[in-house]
Design a protein around this ligand. Sequence first.
Ligand SMILES: *[C@@H]1O[C@H](CO)[C@@H](O)[C@H](O)[C@H]1NC(C)=O
Ligand SMILES: *[C@@H]1O[C@H](CO)[C@@H](O)[C@H](O)[C@H]1NC(C)=O
Ligand SMILES: *[C@@H]1O[C@H](CO)[C@@H](O)[C@H](O)[C@H]1NC(C)=O
Ligand SMILES: *[C@@H]1O[C@H](CO)[C@@H](O)[C@H](O)[C@H]1NC(C)=O
Ligand SMILES: *[C@@H]1O[C@H](CO)[C@@H](O)[C@H](O)[C@H]1NC(C)=O
Ligand SMILES: *[C@@H]1O[C@H](CO)[C@@H](O)[C@H](O)[C@H]1NC(C)=O
Ligand SMILES: *[C@@H]1O[C@H](CO)[C@@H](O)[C@H](O)[C@H]1NC(C)=O
Length: 434
Amino acid sequence: MKINTMELPSGKSTALYSSKKAILPMLTLILLTTIPLYLYNNSPFITRSVEIRINSSVPLFQKNNLSLALHSPQNTTNDSTNVELDQKCVIFNGNWVPYPKEPYYTNETKCVIDDRQNCMKFGRPDTEFMKWRWKPDECELPLFNAVQFLELVRGKTLAFVGDSVGRNQMQSLTCLLASAAYPVDVSEVQDTKFRRWLYTDYDFTMKALWSPLLVRTRDADPNGYSLNSRMNLYLDEADEAWATQIENVDIVIISAGQWFFRPFIYYEKGKVVGCHVCHRRNITDLTRYYGYRMAFRAAFRTILNHQNFKGLTILRTFSPAHFENGYWNEGGNCVRTRPLTKEEMKLDGYNLEFYLTQVEELRAAEIEGRKKGLKFRILDTTEAMAMRPDGHPNHYGHGPNENKTLADCVHWCMPGPIDTWNEFLLQMLKIEED
Ligand SMILES: *[C@@H]1O[C@H](CO)[C@@H](O)[C@H](O)[C@H]1NC(C)=O
Ligand SMILES: *[C@@H]1O[C@H](CO)[C@@H](O)[C@H](O)[C@H]1NC(C)=O
Ligand SMILES: *[C@@H]1O[C@H](CO)[C@@H](O)[C@H](O)[C@H]1NC(C)=O
Ligand SMILES: *[C@@H]1O[C@H](CO)[C@@H](O)[C@H](O)[C@H]1NC(C)=O
Ligand SMILES: *[C@@H]1O[C@H](CO)[C@@H](O)[C@H](O)[C@H]1NC(C)=O
Ligand SMILES: *[C@@H]1O[C@H](CO)[C@@H](O)[C@H](O)[C@H]1NC(C)=O
Ligand SMILES: *[C@@H]1O[C@H](CO)[C@@H](O)[C@H](O)[C@H]1NC(C)=O
């Protein structure tokens, strides 16, 4: 079952064979070991009514100075990878438009699709959710071009640091790249949460560094670990699981979100500074936003002060969940089959607060980074994904022996709207290259 580096093939076709062998056992392992996302009972995305309310949109994304501006001389066609963008354009501001063509890949494609997100395989009856493309307001978003992507990352290492939604993006990337190359598994450890893939022809390495809370944690519940158990968060200490692994990494993509709804005791300098829903009279409840802010601050500070990190840091912004019709653990689901329009979507409440919090921390890091020659960029998916309540697995995705009673309205079906994140990523890397 273990694919070790001794078996590393050199050519593309053998790589395909090897990776194919590797994928099935690997998926099984992921399924056995992946901890589902944990939604604390009082989590606000647990809504009894419609989570994303029907009202006007929040145009705050326009004000985001870190948003990506594309400058390019000419455009030719709008629907090809050769599109050049005429005007300055923030690609993250836009709308979903119908796109009748086939998705980039299917459940039959030789790539890494976690069963939990494999909506096709588990018979999701509607397919319309795959038939939309993101249309930036002021330009076209070029289609993903696998060869172009691989050339841009030739010789580089890309690390996905954070939670399972980050891993969802990494797996989407393996599927988008499958038209050009297959990776081989060169993981150094058995733990599938630290999977490492090598695209041999491009000497491109992609790795997952599991750290859903970004900082050091300790289980601290007298009743042991469970979905709602309390944890200690050491808010000024980046989690070594990733912090010791970014040496010589060229691109780090950070993802963190839903785990911050749990009950926590917050520590700084080894002392209790507050908590989130700990129900202790002598400890101040500092809210979930405090923990979220400080975790990002610690993560960015660690990157800024890292001796051997000279790479690009990308914050992939908060990915909204879409439970409707009940709490996540009381029948809540996500049964919509169409995106919301910008007018229908309302980004507010905790979604907005999490988003703004992390963007503020990124801005601060970006300013510090400039002094040190380190780049911090935003992969701003929040608005686009807030419009996609139809893009989650709901009940169509689960492990082989699992009786899926809980709906997953957090992760994203593959193929599906998450593939757009990698279309954004490609454009960002192109700009960094220029
Ligand atoms: C949208 O919300 C605003 C206040 O935030 C309210 O004045 C307006 O009537 C709402 N519009 C609709 C269509 O509900
Ligand atoms: C955006 O940048 C401009 C100039 O670069 C600055 O004047 C403006 O205050 C910035 N806006 C925000 C919201 O940071
Ligand atoms: C580029 O495309 C836009 C519409 O997508 C069009 O308005 C503009 O005229 C085009 N520019 C050139 C130079 O073709
Ligand atoms: C460009 O997009 C418009 C609609 O957005 C479409 O009508 C037109 O046919 C497209 N052009 C090409 C060359 O694909
Ligand atoms: C792909 O999905 C179809 C149903 O849409 C299913 O019949 C088929 O077995 C799936 N193939 C794989 C390899 O999962
Ligand atoms: C809070 O009170 C408990 C006893 O009720 C004590 O064990 C704990 O150390 C106190 N915590 C702080 C931060 O003062
Ligand atoms: C799955 O669980 C639900 C509720 O717990 C139950 O009603 C259903 O029969 C179970 N399905 C299977 C296939 O075991």
